[in-house]
Design a protein around this ligand. Structure first.
Ligand SMILES: Cc1cc2nc3c(=O)[nH]c(=O)nc-3n(C[C@H](O)[C@H](O)[C@H](O)COP(=O)(O)O)c2cc1C
Ligand code: SF4
Ligand code: SF4
Length: 277
C-alpha cells in the first residue's frame, strides 16, 4: 500500500519532541505534511483521514506523557489510520510514558504500527546542572530519519490497511541503565524528600536582566506569564516546562531545582533511542 500524507502531532515546549517528530516525518518521505503543534493551544475537532500516517511526538513528565499533551489531543479522531507513537525524555527514564501514549492513541482510533523512545535535553538542564545537553544531536536525528524510512518500508510491504500489523510497544527494549547511579539517585531522592527542601513551583526572573521583550509571554504553553508583568509567574498555571527559561534571550529566567543536581550527577551516561516496528 502507499501513503503519501503525513500528519505530525506534537506538544513540545522546549522543541526536542518536535525535532524528533520532524526527523521521523522526513524519513517517511511523504509528499504532503500537516503539522498540528499543540504546544500553545489545543486543537479543534480534527478527523485524520484513513490514508494518512500520523506521528505523535510528546515529552515525558514524571515518567508519564506530559498531561497537557494528552489534554490537548482529546479532540483528535482517527478511523483506524496508522500512527507512530514517540516519547522524548531527558535521559533519566520514560517509565510508563510509551504505554500511556499507545493506550491514548488507540483510544482516539489510531492503529499503532510503530513506537520510539528518544532523548531530549532535560528541561531542567542548565550550565550548572547539565543533563543530556544538545540532545537530540545529529546522530539522534539521523536515527529518527532512518526510523521514518523503516516505517515507509513497512507500509509499502503491506497489501492494505488491514494487512498493516500493529505493534505491542510494551515489548520495546529499554536502554541500559547502570545499577549504581540509579541506586545513588533513589537514595538521594529519598534524602531530598526527607530534608523538606521544596522544589521551586515556578522559575525565577531577574528583574535587572529582563528587558520585557515578551518572548516568554508568547512561548509559555499555559499563559502563566502576562504581558507587562513578565517578572511574575502565575504558579497555579505553570507546568515547569522551562520554555521561558531556555528561550529567554537575556537569560533572565532560571529554574534552579535541587532535583536537577541529582539528575546531572546520576544520569550522565547518554542513553540511546529505541524503536519498535
Ligand atoms: C515537569 C517535567 C518532568 C519531567 N520528567 C522527566 C522524567 O520523568 N524522565 C526524564 O527522563 N525526563 C523528564 N523530563 C525531561 C523532558 O522529558 C525532556 O527534557 C524532554 O526532552 C522535553 O521535551 P520538549 O523539548 O518537547 O518540551 C521532565 C521535564 C519536565 C518539565
Ligand atoms: S523572555 Fe526574558 S527578557 Fe524577555 S520578557 Fe521574558 S524574562 Fe524578560
Ligand atoms: S512560566 Fe511555567 S509553564 Fe510558562 S513557559 Fe515558564 S516554566 Fe513553562
Amino acid at each position: 500500500m502507499n501513503i503519501n500524507e503525513a500528519h505530525l502531532i506534537t506538544f513540545s515546549p522546549t522543541s526536542t519532541s518536535k525535532q524528533v517528530g520532524e526527523a521521523i516525518v522526513r524519513g517517511t518521505n511523504c509528499s504532503k505534511l500537516t503539522i498540528t503543534d499543540l504546544t500553545l493551544q489545543a486543537t479543534e475537532k480534527i478527523e485524520i483521514p484513513q490514508n494518512a500516517l500520523t506521528i505523535i511526538a510528546v515529552p515525558v513528565y514524571r515518567g508519564h506523557v506530559a498531561p497537557l499533551a494528552l489534554e490537548r489531543m482529546k479532540e483528535i479522531r482517527a478511523n483506524g489510520s496508522p500512527a507512530v507513537v514517540v516519547v522524548v525524555y531527558g535521559n533519566r527514564a520514560y517509565e510508563k510514558a510509551l504505554i500511556d501514549l499507545d493506550t491514548f492513541a488507540s483510544g482516539l482510533g489510531f492503529k499503532v504500527i510503530a513506537g520510539g523512545t528518544f532523548i531530549g535535553e532535560h528541561s531542567y538542564s542548565s550550565k550548572k546542572n547539565p543533563v543530556a545537553v544538545g540532545r537530540p544531536d545529529a546522530d539522534d536525528l539521523k536515527y529518527a530519519e532512518q526510523f521514518g524510512e523503516k516505517i515507509r518500508t513497512k507500509i509499502t510491504a503491506a497489501v492494505n490497511l488491514e494487512n498493516l500489523y500493529g505493534v505491542d510497544v510494551s515489548r520495546i527494549q529499554r536502554p541500559k541503565q547502570p545499577f549504581f547511579p540509579l541506586f545513588r539517585f533513589m537514595r538521594k531522592v529519598v534524602k531530598l524528600r526527607k530534608s523538606g527542601i521544596p522544589s521551586p513551583r515556578i522559575p525565577e526572573t531577574d528583574a535587572e536582566l529582563c528587558t520585557h521583550c515578551g518572548y516568554c509571554v508568547r512561548h509559555c504553553p499555559t499563559g502563566a506569564i502576562l504581558k507587562g508583568d513578565e517578572c511574575h509567574t502565575l504558579a497555579e498555571k505553570c507546568i515547569k516546562c522551562c520554555a521561558c527559561v531556555k528561550g529567554c534571550p537575556e537569560k533572565a529566567r532560571s529554574y534552579d531545582t535541587p532535583f536537577a543536581t541529582l539528575l546531572a550527577d546520576c544520569f550522565q551516561r547518554p542513553k540511546e533511542a529505541r524503536i519498535i516496528i
